[in-house]
Design a protein around this ligand. Structure first.
Ligand code: FBP
Length: 559
């Protein structure tokens, strides 16, 4: 039996491209600092909470000098939150930069996510280990986790572990919540004069950790291409058999970027966008009507098949659901330690919940199918969020649409047949082998993180810009984490958090969907993107997402 696939073998030898300023190596990098920065909102609160790391300038690197410290430095790295393609390459970039700077430097990987640094679970990364993971998907080199780092006790334990390994800097690879943790840790380390710097790297397939300084979070490129391949295949199946409506829920806990990007890549009949639902204040009933009407119109023309894309976070954007879920989140935070609630059976739990919710939310909660009620009451994630990946919105919609179509049939408005298939795509894409874009981008992010460390910076997010251009033109630098922060309600209290980027309804990406939506609903304009390609023409292998191209180039490419 072979140990690895032929493609994996070839990919291990792929040399990722570095951003222009870093391409001559870590020892020929020059730092420049811009103006002082602020926060996206709630500036005074953020400044008070982060007095030591707030307001730092934006950092930018050029390849013209030997500006960085060459002092020996051990670094600890943490993978945090959900997997995203390219995580191993961030670590590879960090490792290569650190070893190029000084062979004596050591890179320690904390195991199982942020809990590794608190519990002292770690491994030293070596050439032998690193070389097995270059350009591979997954986070299995050191594992990941969702432990929230926020207490004094955790920080003290982390400091002890770092001291014992002579670690001078920590790199946290994570999404908005994990980088909020990175900022809390950076502040504590600075406030206590520990000399330990903390740098973040922007990860999440959801694509919602982006702003003027961070063009894209890594993993979004590969994950959306993987889902687009699967959806293209399903579209071809639907178009061949002509007998099923496929309802496909796509990951993206809050924002609908994944759904929108995949829609632009595949051109399905129906695409729901959570942010639009919220802006138009659409109720669940209205969403069901819209979908049932598209299905009925097609069915009346003999087209009893189609594809509907549903963003995972939809449920939290429906105004009445949003109010109910916010109420549930607060209640769950309080009921976590309530013995009566914890010892109650499911029916009693529903009674306790509905007695404490406001009347409208209680009525809505009671109207939902039992499975959805139970899913809504599942444990929150460590950041207090409802776990939307566990809520079967696609099945809820199918049930309600089937009922609506029955009524329409009785009224003589529909004469087709409705047979459904439900899918949920999320885990299928999170550990895919990184595309060339993610392989290069991640390697640069990790390499750049070490340049930030050697510049003596802390509380920064590694940033690589100009990413729609060839890697030689990419711009490397760093953004203060506090610059992206505001105050939001979490676990029943106001907390500093990195602001999530939602789909902009007046932006070019959403407009590309909006202008095509009616045409795609009734005609079959399906695109079949095929699998991610790693070797071959650059126009096939290196091209990034439509979202990034539309946002950066501001032109309607490919659509
Ligand atoms: P991150 O924000 O940590 O990158 O995770 C995103 C995500 O993949 C969401 O799309 C999804 O809702 C969630 O993780 C699922 O979490 P889990 O892996 O804990 O099931």
């Amino acid at each position: 039996m072979r140990e690895i696939s032929p493609l994996q073998k070839e990919r291990l030898n792929y040399q990722p491209k570095l951003a222009g300023a870093l391409a001559n190596g870590i020892n020929s990098v020059k730092l420049s600092l811009g103006e002082a920065t602020s926060a996206v909102a709630d500036m005074e609160d953020i400044k008070n909470l982060f007095p030591n790391v707030f307001g730092k300038p934006i950092a930018k690197f050029a390849s013209a000098g030997a500006d960085l410290s060459t002092e020996k430095k051990n670094v600890g790295v943490i993978l945090s939150g959900g997997q995203a393609p390219g995580g191993h390459n961030v670590i590879a970039g960090l490792y290569d930069a650190l070893k190029t700077a000084n062979k004596e430097n050591k890179l320690y990987g904390f195991l199982g996510g942020p809990s590794g640094i608190v519990d002292g679970e770690y491994m030293e990364l070596t050439d032998e280990i690193m070389n097995k993971y270059r350009n591979t998907g997954g986070f299995d080199i050191i594992g990941s986790g969702r432990t929230k780092l926020e207490t004094e006790d955790q920080f003290k334990k982390a400091l002890e572990v770092c001291k014992s390994l002579n670690i001078g800097a920590i790199v946290i690879i994570g999404g908005d919540d994990s980088n909020t943790n990175a900022c809390l840790l950076a502040e504590w380390m600075a406030a206590n004069n520990t000399g330990i710097n903390v740098i973040g790297c922007p990860k999440t397939i959801d694509g919602d950790l982006k702003n003027d300084q961070i063009e894209i979070s890594f993993g979004f490129d590969t994950a959306t291409k993987t889902y687009a391949e699967l959806i293209g295949n399903i579209q071809r199946d639907a178009n061949s058999a002509k007998k099923y409506w496929h309802f496909i829920k796509l990951m993206g806990r809050s924002a609908s970027h994944v759904c929108l990007e995949v829609a632009l890549q595949t051109q399905p009949n129906i695409t729901l966008i959570g942010e639009e639902v919220e802006a138009k204040k659409q109720s669940l009933e209205e969403i069901v009507s819209y979908m049932a009407n598209v299905i009925a119109e097609r069915g009346n023309r003999g087209k009893n098949f189609g594809i509907a894309l549903i963003p995972e976070g939809l449920i939290e954007f429906i105004p009445e659901m949003k109010v109910m879920i916010a109420g549930l989140n607060d209640l769950m935070a309080h009921l976590e330690n309530d013995a009566t609630y914890q010892e109650s059976d499911q029916i009693e739990k529903y009674e306790i919940i509905t007695s404490k919710l406001d009347a409208a939310s209680a009525k809505l909660f009671n109207s939902l199918p039992a499975a959805i009620k139970a899913q809504l009451l599942m444990d929150r994630d460590p950041h207090g969020n409802v776990q939307v990946s566990k809520i079967e919105t696609e099945k809820l919609l199918i049930e309600m649409i089937a009922q609506r179509l029955k009524e329409m049939k009785a009224q003589g408005l529909y004469n087709g047949k409705f047979a459904d298939q439900a899918h949920f795509f999320g885990y299928e894409g999170r550990c895919a082998m990184p595309s060339n874009f993610d392989a290069d981008y991640c390697y640069s992010l990790g390499y750049n993180a070490f340049a930030l460390i050697q510049s003596g910076l802390t509380g920064y997010l590694s940033s690589i810009k100009n990413t729609t251009k060839p890697a030689s033109e990419w711009v490397a630098g760093g953004v203060p984490l506090t610059m992206m922060m505001n105050m939001e309600r979490r676990h029943g209290a106001m907390k500093p958090v990195i602001k999530k980027a939602l789909v902009e309804l007046d932006g070019p990406v959403f407009r590309a969907l909006e202008t095509n939506r009616e045409k795609w609903a009734q005609n079959d304009c399906y695109i079949f993107p095929g699998a991610v390609q790693y070797f071959g023409p650059s126009s096939v292998c290196d091209v990034t997402t439509i979202t990034l191209q539309l946002e950066q180039e501001k032109s309607l490419v490919n659509v």
